[in-house]
Design a protein around this ligand. Sequence first.
Ligand SMILES: [Zn+2]
Length: 297
Amino acid sequence: MSRKKKLKSKYIFRRVLFVVLLLLLLGLGALGLRELLGPQEEENSGSSGPGSSPASQPEPPATQTGGEPEGGLSQSRPEPLPEPEPEPGSQPEPPSSQEAPKPADLDGDWNLVLINPTHAIEKELDIEFDEVQGYKFDKRITGKIRELIAAAKEDGISLAIVSGYRTMDRSRLLYNNKIAEYKNMGYDDAAARVAAARWVAPPGTSEHHSGLAMDIVSADYYTKYSDLVEAFENDKEAIWLKDNCARFGFILRFPKDKTEITGINFEPWHFRYVGEEHAKKIMEQGLCLEEYLGETD
Ligand SMILES: [Zn+2]
């Protein structure tokens, strides 16, 4: 072999070696990338937070246009996957007040915690759950819910829960859906947010985060209505609930004549546990929780 040829074959060998090394590196890079992405995928599909068994998340599709749109009696459909955590800054603005809500006071009596448009939780509360009719609640109140439903039954009133505990992710999804609905109707972004907040509490401000609130209607509700609607107030079930809820520690949380104070539309289906003593005073005096707690501003 001539010196020239030797040099040339050496050159070719180096080139081949270089290409092989390059391919090897690319392969390793791809593997590494997949490794990086792998666990994230698992996280998204695997864990939907504590109590992620399908039976514990029966909130049906958000098809309602009136009320908090989580109603519906079919309990077979698992809760849709929460949306990905939004980028900082894309968090929905607070409702009408335009001011950021204060942090909810979590150090007082557990049954009097105030979570509303002006008092928000910043992270999920630490709750021990129990279930009634497939819906999750703080386990300290499920006995009372069962008593209430049984007492109604004795009076010939059949009740069905349509919403219980709700995660912040779930609220974010419902709220964003509602905003989109209003935008489709021609509202601009700010107006859509304000309008949506009267129906669906923005994440962090829904009382359902506490595990102390339930939406409850007649067992045959959805044979009469397609949405949660105010007209329910005239049904015997709504009347029974209003008249009897306090005996079991519940209050009608968003009364018709208090919408200016609560910032939430009249919801004859939404009941909140506060304990019998407080519930009796609140219902007898015709107050809303904000008034009772002196938190009306
Ligand atoms: Zn509700």
